[in-house]
Design a protein around this ligand. Sequence first.
Ligand SMILES: C[S@@+](CC[C@H](N)C(=O)[O-])C[C@H]1O[C@@H](n2cnc3c(N)ncnc32)[C@H](O)[C@@H]1O
Length: 219
Amino acid sequence: MRVINFGLLDNNMEDQRNIWNRLYKNEGGKWRKETLNLPPIFRDKKILELGVGNGKTLKAILRQKPKEIIAIDISKEAIKLSKDRFKRKNTFLMKKNVKKTGLKRNYFDIIVCYYILNNLLEKDRQKAVVEMARVLKRGGIILFEDFSEEDLREKRGGKIVEKGTFLKENGIICHFFSKMELVELFSKFSNMKIDIKVSKPIKNKPDLIRKIISAEIKK
Ligand SMILES: C[S@@+](CC[C@H](N)C(=O)[O-])C[C@H]1O[C@@H](n2cnc3c(N)ncnc32)[C@H](O)[C@@H]1O
């Protein structure tokens, strides 16, 4: 497989933001499903959600009545969509980059990191994790969920830009995680439980499976 030189896409964050803005402007309002698998741990807690998108996970978090939630995204269109959907006194939508949020140190009880790190290159994933460690309280928890290696979407591929990372046809970066790499990425944290869920093969084809990796990580 051909690996493209990411130097060609030096301003890739700018590109990524524009692409997400376009996607949300064109289709974002249609994606209304709600995240179903959150553990019941949010009540009265201070939450940070990374990459809020159109709010399908935010909606599920709010059902559990957190004390306060800050939800961030680099896309102004995503922030606009979620702001329109969720008007609550304790809910703050902000346009920020996960690499450097400028939010208060040791502030949050829980960080929700669902399907966002896959959209970053390796060095940016590492920066995002350093930032999570900075803003999370001692004893606080990160809930992580994303695509695992061998998920069927990996087979659809695209251009390879780094190991396990593709540039999809729509221009979005998409990474597929291995268990070992997750252990390494969060190695500075005190404790970590990883789970991998594999669906039944689709159309009875053994290689067509959905494979999702999730983790509960404690500071
Ligand atoms: C797949 S969507 C999010 C899904 C959402 N977390 C959920 O569970 O419904 C990924 C989101 O991450 C945002 N994003 C990508 N790179 C980001 C970055 N560096 N900082 C903040 N948000 C980013 C995109 O704009 C997009 O809204």
